[in-house]
Write a protein that binds this ligand. Structure first.
Ligand code: LLP
Length: 471
């Protein structure tokens, strides 16, 4: 990666602070640091009124730091943009795969959002956080029988992904002899291409998710005859970290055609879910649309298309993950050793890595970083930030621009709220970091740091091995 900072210009970590705008509210997905970020008189980064260095002293390192105001702002911008631009009913649901834990679910639910879950574990988390089941949508391309039964009994909406699941679900409902008929939506693959990483594209035809659009007639004919289930709508999701606006416009148009076709089979589908996918800023050169700019055209296309086809406006649902949580969070690490290889590079090592942020090694994702205790120091060094795992590929950031650093400095990696904690592991038996929620100068623990005892909690030592261990 080539440095984006011309050497003659001396930037500092302060360049990443949100730029206050008089004209428009800042869209969290367009900022690198959380919206409340400032620098105090000690030249330290402050988030949610809390000094990041002090947070690390108090809660340990590495540490996920979540800014409540940024998260709530993103929720409100989605919710209010739909209210503003859409004349029908709307519901924003949070794709909890981005970060599933009790506190995050509780915050988004308190802003009126629903939750998208993709496993029994995520469903359990959402229900435990107090999310109402009529606002929970259960996705997944291979739900187990146990998960389907759990979803039915919890009374959430099941987003059916394929024929096998549809037939299994009908059989389960019949066998339960229950009076209730689960609400379902049908996930379809729209065949819409967008330019994002291959692993996070889902809407093109060669995808493991959703019914093939070629099956639409057969599908609607089948569903219209099933009294065991209550089919309320259609769903599609075309991919993640998308900056283009056209794919979702196209999607909205295609989905209204599906509603029209369903009507010809006597199916009155009243809900339409356009998925998530809005991109965020990981670096200063990323330029995603704001939340409002993403919502507006989707509403316009659906309203126009429905008016053209004489269809009533469906309840419009979207399910963002990344753009709701990513920029509300940073990860703070402590700098340890450094290795300078003359004429090649300098490695600066931190106390975490691919176990708390697997995105660089998985998707070659690029992150930006600041030194929390040297915010206005000029960035004079180009170094490679290495994780502490026994793996050469465990590099968090190549060619990072930093001020001169020393052991004990606090390195903050920005925009780590989405798909970091949720994809974290215990590789090399590292314990997962703690997470704190910051607001108005107060910090609350939302995830306890794992202990060594936690790491062996699920281990079983067969009796015949205990002898050898104690010898
Ligand atoms: N709805 C469905 C059905 C999805 O599969 C996803 C993401 C979303 C909504 C939310 O998409 P978002 O708004 O977050 O783009 N681990 C990858 C991202 C995988 C996304 C999977 N599905 C990463 O770290 O980039």
């Amino acid at each position: 990666m080539v440095s984006t900072h011309p050497p003659e210009v001396q930037y500092s970590g302060n360049q990443y602070l949100p730029k206050i705008s008089k004209e428009a509210a800042l869209s969290p997905n367009q900022q690198l640091l959380p919206l409340t970020s400032t620098v105090n008189s000690k030249d330290c980064l402050v988030i949610g009124g809390c000094d990041v260095k002090t947070l690390v002293q108090q809660f340990g390192s590495p540490l996920y730091i979540v800014d409540e105001e940024t998260l709530r702002t993103a929720c409100r911008q989605y919710r209010d943009s739909f209210k503003h631009y859409y004349k029908g009913e709307s519901q924003v649901i949070y794709a909890s795969k981005a970060w599933s834990c009790l506190a995050v679910c509780a915050i988004v639910a308190s802003e009126g959002l629903g939750i998208d879950v993709v496993s029994g574990g995520e469903l359990y988390t959402a229900l435990t956080a107090g999310v109402a089941s009529d606002k929970i949508y259960f996705h997944g391309n291979n739900k187990s029988i146990e998960e389907l039964v759990y979803a039915i009994e919890s009374d959430c909406t099941i987003v059916v992904d394929n024929w096998n699941e549809l037939r299994t679900l009908v059989d389960i409902v019949k066998s339960l002899h229950s009076a209730s008929h689960p609400r379902i939506m049908l996930r379809l693959t729209p065949g819409i291409e967008c330019h994002t990483h291959e692993y996070i594209r889902t809407g093109h035809l060669d995808s493991k998710f959703g019914f093939d659009p070629g099956d639409l007639d057969e599908l609607f004919a089948f569903v219209s005859k099933q009294s065991a289930i209550n089919c309320v709508g259609v769903h599609a999701h075309i991919g993640s970290q998308i900056f283009e606006r056209q794919p979702h416009r196209d999607l909205a148009g295609v989905m209204v055609q599906w509603l029209e076709k369903a009507a010809s089979y006597g199916l009155n589908l009243t809900e339409l879910n356009v998925g998530g996918g809005l991109g965020i800023c990981y670096t200063e050169s990323d330029d995603p649309p704001s939340i409002e700019e993403w919502v507006k055209p989707i509403c316009e296309v659906i309203q126009e298309a429905c008016a053209g086809q004489n269809l009533p406006l469906p309840k419009l649902i979207c399910e963002p993950g990344r753009s709701l949580v990513a920029n509300s969070c940073v990860t703070a690490y402590t700098i340890g050793s450094a290795k300078k290889i003359p004429d090649i590079r300098t490695y600066v090592s931190i106390d975490g890595g691919m176990s708390d942020n697997p995105r660089p090694i998985t998707y070659q994702s690029v992150y930006r970083t600041v030194v929390a205790n040297k915010m206005s120091a000029p960035m004079t060094e180009t170094v490679t930030i290495a994780g502490k795992h026994c793996e050469s590929g465990d590099i968090l950031i190549k060619n990072a621009q930093l001020p001169k650093t020393e052991t004990g400095d606090i390195l903050v990696v920005m925009a780590t709220g989405a798909y970091n904690y949720s994809m974290s592991s215990n590789y090399n038996r590292l314990s997962r970091p703690a997470a704190v929620l910051v607001a108005n100068g107060e910090a609350n623990l939302i995830l306890r740091r794992e202990t060594y005892q936690d790491l062996v909690r699920q281990d079983c030592l067969p009796e015949r091995l205990t002898h050898k261990v104690s010898q």
